[in-house]
Design a protein around this ligand. Structure first.
Ligand code: ASP
Length: 438
C-alpha cells in the first residue's frame, strides 16, 4: 500500500536495491535457471516496450519541435542565433562526455571472458549490426548516403535505420513550417495530439519500471555471476564508475562551460545566475522533465536574470524541446560504456558518429522523464552496438535522469541569457519591472 504511494523514482530505486539483493541471493542459492526462465523475461519485456516507442516518439516529437519553430521566419535573426547556440552547446557537451569517458573508460577492467558472455546474452543480433556499421567503409560518403532512406516504411520498420526516420521527420517538419499555417493546421493538431498520446504511453511504460529494473538487475547479476560471484560485484563497480563519469561530465558543464559562456557574452555574475534559476533546477531534479519545469524556468529567467519576455518566450520553449546538453552528454557516455562492456573497440569514425547521432537524439528526445534512454537506442544502433545494452544501464538511469534534466534546464537558461544579451534584451532593471508586471 505504502509502496503504491511512493514517488516513481523511489520505487525504481527500491526495485534496483531489491534486484541487487535478489541477484546475490539467487546466485548463492543456485537459482540461475529459475531466474532466467521466470524473472529475466519481465526485464526483456520492459526493454522491448522502450524500444517499441522509440520510432514514433522521435518522429512525432521532432516534427512537433520543428513545426513549432513557426515564428523562425519572423524572428529569423534571433531564431538562427538560438539554433546555432543550441547546436554548439550540445556538441560541446557531447565532446566533454566523450573525452571523460575515453579517459576513464568505465567497464574496461571487466574480464574478457565476461565481455564475451555479455555479447552472447545481450547482443544476439549484434553481428548483423556490426556488418552494417562496417558497410559504411564502402566509400567516404557512404555514411551520408545511409542517412537518406529510399523507403520510409522500410526505414521505420527497423530500429537500425533510426537516422533515416530522423531525416524524414526533419524534412516533414520543414515542409510543415514552409506551408501556410491555415492550410496545415489540422496536421499540426494531429501531430501534437499524437505526441501527447505517445508521451502518455511512455509514462505508462515507466509505471512498470520498478519491476523492470528489479528483473533486469536481478537476472543480469545472476547470469554474470555464474560460478564466480565476484563478477557481480565487478559489474556493480563498473556501473558505479559509469554513473560517476556521467556525473563528472555534468558537473564539468555546470562548473566550467556555462560560466565561461556566460561571462564571455553577458555581464551576469555566475552566482547570481545560479541563484536565479535555482528553483527551476530543483523542479527539474524532482520531476525529471524539462517540459514540466518550463514555466518556472521562464519565470526565473525573466524575474531574476532580467531576460525580456520576448526572448524568453521564444528561446526557452524551443530549448526545452530541442536543447538537452545533459542528455546528449549522458548518451555519449552511455554509448561508449556499453560498447566497452560488450568488448567493442570504437573507431574514431564511430565516435564521430556518436557526436552526430547524440546531437540528433537529444533534439529528438521529448522533455519528459526517461526520454533520453529511449533515444539512446538510436545512438547505439548507429555505431553497431546492440541496443539491448540499455538493459545494462537502466538500473541506474533514474537518478542520472534527474541530474541531466537539471543540466538541460541550466543550459537552456544560459543560452536564453546570451541571446537576450546579444539582442540588448537583457537588463537587470527588467528584474524589478518584470516582477511588478507579474
Ligand atoms: N528527462 C530529460 C528532460 O526532460 C530528458 C532525458 O534525458 O530523459 O530534459
Amino acid at each position: 500500500m505504502l509502496f503504491r504511494k511512493l514517488a516513481l523514482h523511489w520505487k525504481i530505486l527500491i526495485g534496483l536495491a531489491l534486484g541487487i539483493v535478489f541477484g546475490f541471493v539467487a546466485s548463492a542459492a543456485g537459482w540461475k535457471e529459475f531466474t532466467i526462465d521466470w524473472v529475466k523475461p519481465w526485464g526483456t519485456i520492459f526493454i522491448r516496450m522502450l524500444k517499441l516507442i522509440a520510432v514514433p516518439l522521435i518522429f512525432f516529437s521532432l516534427v512537433q519541435g520543428i513545426g513549432s519553430l513557426q515564428n523562425i521566419s519572423k524572428l529569423s535573426r534571433m531564431g538562427l542565433k538560438t539554433l546555432a547556440l543550441y547546436v554548439v552547446s550540445t556538441v560541446i557537451a557531447i565532446s566533454v562526455g566523450l573525452t571523460i569517458v575515453n579517459l576513464i573508460r568505465p567497464g574496461s577492467d571487466f574480464p574478457e571472458d565476461k565481455k564475451e558472455e555479455f555479447q552472447k546474452i545481450y547482443g544476439s543480433d549484434a553481428d548483423s549490426k556490426i556488418e552494417i556499421a562496417h558497410s559504411s567503409d564502402e566509400g567516404p560518403l557512404q555514411f551520408i548516403v545511409d542517412i537518406v532512406p529510399d523507403n520510409i516504411i522500410g526505414a521505420a520498420s527497423n530500429n537500425i535505420n533510426m537516422l533515416q526516420v530522423i531525416f524524414f521527420a526533419i524534412l516533414f517538419g520543414i515542409a510543415l513550417v514552409v506551408l501556410e499555417r491555415s492550410k496545415v493546421e489540422v496536421v499540426h493538431q494531429f501531430v501534437s495530439g499524437v505526441n501527447d498520446v505517445i508521451i502518455t504511453m511512455v509514462k505508462l511504460i515507466m509505471q512498470t519500471a520498478p519491476y523492470g529494473v528489479f528483473a533486469l538487475m536481478g537476472s543480469l547479476m545472476v547470469e554474470l555471476a555464474g560460478d564466480d560471484p565476484a563478477s557481480s560485484i565487478q559489474l556493480l563497480q563498473s556501473l558505479g564508475m559509469y554513473a560517476m563519469v556521467v556525473i563528472m561530465g555534468l558537473m564539468f558543464l555546470v562548473i566550467f562551460v556555462y560560466p565561461i559562456l556566460l561571462s564571455s557574452f553577458t555581464k551576469i555574475k555566475y552566482l547570481q545566475f545560479l541563484k536565479g534559476i535555482f528553483p527551476a533546477q530543483l523542479l527539474a531534479f524532482s520531476t525529471s522533465s524539462s517540459a514540466a519545469t518550463l514555466p518556472v524556468t521562464m519565470r526565473q529567467c525573466e524575474n531574476e536574470l532580467g531576460v525580456s519576455k520576448e526572448v524568453s518566450s521564444f528561446v526557452l520553449p524551443v530549448g526545452a524541446t530541442i536543447n538537452m546538453d545533459g542528455t546528449s552528454l549522458y548518451q555519449a557516455v552511455a554509448a561508449v560504456f556499453i560498447a566497452i562492456v560488450f568488448g567493442y573497440d570504437l573507431t574514431l569514425g564511430q565516435q564521430l558518429t556518436i557526436i552526430l547521432t547524440a546531437t540528433l537524439a537529444s533534439i529528438g528526445s521529448a522533455a519528459v522523464p526517461s526520454a533520453g534512454i529511449v533515444m539512446l537506442v538510436i545512438v547505439l544502433e548507429s555505431i553497431g552496438v546492440p541496443s539491448s545494452g540499455i538493459a545494462l544501464i537502466f538500473a541506474v538511469d533514474r537518478p542520472l535522469d534527474m541530474l541531466r534534466t537539471v543540466v538541460n534546464v541550466t543550459g537552456d537558461s544560459t543560452i536564453a541569457s546570451i541571446v537576450a544579451a546579444s539582442e540588448n534584451k537583457l537588463n537587470p532593471e527588467l528584474v524589478n519591472q518584470n516582477k511588478t508586471e507579474e
